[in-house]
Ligand binder design. Structure first.
Ligand code: BGC
Length: 523
């Protein structure tokens, strides 16, 4: 039976280990970094549709929003409003670069702690903001928190998790992102009724998860890999035994030592990633996954769902409530990913979701094209159809490209380029999120419903990528990816072949063919 074969090969790849309480607790605490990230994603859409907030910081948008006969697709188009949402991601790109060094030199745990301090500072600044400057400064601090948190948390979880549970545990990070988004929208729903300072509660609420992350991070232990990498071998071995729940960790320990020995020979991981052919497969797959994750169009829904629903003619309340519905689907579907990713594998989830998201985006675009013109109000039942399509789209994303966009880049790099490689993935995510946050409202204004077809086209490309270029990483120990995954892939194995030897081989073959031809012509 194929199922049996899969289970066997999975355990063949694994080292002796149990799923210990220690690993579970550490993963969940670290995943609170995801809660912070999710809260920040979810809160901005609702806050930017609150009149009190707009009146104080963006009076022009407030006037435009309430102008009769304003073009449906353009009423929120304002670059400062977009800058409020997207400034966070600019800061995150820069800080994740710093975080990649910090993470390597000081370890994963302190990086998570720095993230929580930035989060706390950002939440306080935003809650007491008196002008646009303070507001943006708060967003920049939150962005620095996201940069540090998103750099360290997925790596932390992938390094402490036993290989056969790594997918599910790592997706706890994404699960908490989705819970953060949901909580943010529920809070927005209530605070939108608290005039005139409801928005302050919404923005200040980010302090809650920041404090939990800060206190929780005192309890977690550093990963064995990071300890050993920094010369603390004894402590590393002790932590390894504790988190694996078995004494026989010799094989895994020596695998980590090997990986560290190799890593030591690499003086500049960034140069190595860019210049060495054998690093290209991971670099390409890790970063392109994040580009694709964002170009599904997910953040159009996450940031601007309330704005989008208001555009379609739903009232303010109904819009916020609809966002809560889509966010709940997001959480539920992420749970499905946790339980399936280590059984059916990464690629199957990605490929199935491509089809689901493609249908949803295309039908949504067609419905809006037909029923939402520049100045009409869309009939309610069509708005409900669009809401259902958004749920279909979000669920597909939530069990595939959402969590796997973080999981796969955190597990495919060898130790010597892990932090640096993951930096490329995180910063690519932030860059693409920034681009979408900064341009979506203007794109919506110019392209109207065509914007959904734009995302649909990207989804087709990412489907081809998942089918042809992405190898399966389910159940493979993190320090054995090169041997067991990349060197066996039909295309990427070429990056490991010795070029000199290959050319020699080709020349020999050419020579043989020529010899044969000469023999024939002589005969
Ligand atoms: C993405 C975010 C997105 C969220 C939605 C994350 O994996 O990185 O950009 O908003 O998923 O759940």
């Amino acid at each position: 039976m194929p199922g049996n074969i899969m289970v066997k090969s999975c355990s063949d790849n694994d080292f002796p280990s149990k799923l210990t309480g220690q690993v579970l607790v550490c993963s969940i605490i670290a995943a609170f970094g995801g809660l912070m990230f999710g809260y920040d994603i979810g809160i901005s859409g609702g806050v930017t549709s609150m009149d009190d907030f707009l009146k104080k910081f963006f009076p022009i948008v407030y006037v435009k929003k309430h102008k009769a006969r304003e073009n449906n697709y353009c009423k929120y188009d304002n670059e400062y409003l977009q800058l409020f949402t997207s400034s966070l991601y600019l800061a995150a790109i820069l800080s994740s670069f710093a975080a990649s060094f910090f993470c390597k030199i000081w370890g994963r745990k302190p990086t998570i702690q720095v993230a929580s301090i930035f989060f706390l500072a950002g939440a306080i600044l935003n809650a007491v903001a008196q002008n646009l400057g303070m507001l943006i400064a708060g967003r920049l601090c939150l962005g620095a928190g996201v940069g540090f948190g998103n750099q360290a948390v997925p790596l932390f979880i992938s390094e402490i998790a036993p290989a056969k549970y790594r997918g599910g545990l790592n997706i706890c990070f994404q699960l908490l992102i989705t819970i953060g988004i949901l909580i943010a929208n529920i809070i927005n729903y209530f605070t939108s009724k608290l005039h005139p300072y409801g928005w302050r509660i919404s923005l200040g609420g980010a302090a809650g998860p920041a404090i939990i992350l800060l206190l929780g991070s005192i309890l977690i232990s550093e990963t064995p890999t990071s300890l050993i990498e920094r010369g603390k071998n004894e402590k590393g071995l002790e932590v390894l035994k504790k988190i694996r729940g078995v004494d026989n960790v010799d094989k895994e320990y020596s695998e980590i030592l090997n990986a560290i020995e190799l890593a030591k020979q690499v003086k500049s991981p960034f140069r190595n990633l860019i210049m060495k052919r054998s690093s290209w497969p991971q670099l390409f797959c890790g970063t392109i996954l994040q580009v694709f994750q964002q170009f599904t169009g997910i953040n159009v829904v996450m940031f601007y769902a309330p704005v989008l629903f208001q555009t379609m003619g739903l009232g303010g309340d109904a819009s916020l409530l609809s966002a809560v519905v889509t966010d709940s689907i997001n959480v539920a579907a992420t749970l499905i990913a946790i339980f399936t990713v280590d059984r059916i594998g990464r690629r199957l989830l990605l490929i199935e979701a491509v089809m689901q998201m493609l249908v949803a985006q295309s039908v949504m675009g067609a419905t809006l094209a037909k029923h939402l013109k520049s100045t009409n109000i869309m009939p309610k039942h069509y708005a409900v159809v669009v809401l259902i399509l958004i749920c279909v789209f979000v669920s597909g994303f939530a069990w595939s490209w959402g969590p796997l966009g973080w999981l796969i880049p955190s597990e495919i790099f060898p130790l010597e380029t892990r932090s640096a490689g993951f930096f490329f993935a995180v910063s690519m995510n932030m860059l693409c999120t920034f681009l979408i946050a900064q341009t979506f409202l203007s794109m919506l204004c110019r392209m109207r419903s065509g914007i959904f077809f734009f995302f649909a086209a990207w989804i087709v490309v990412m489907g081809l990528f998942a089918i042809f270029l992405l190898p399966e990483t389910k159940g493979i120990p993190i320090d054995e990816m090169n041997e067991k995954v990349w060197k066996k892939h039909w295309l990427w194995k070429r990056c490991y072949e010795d070029c000199g030897e290959k050319k020699l081989q080709e020349k020999k073959e050419d020579f043989k063919i020529q010899e044969n031809l000469d023999d024939k012509s002589l005969a």
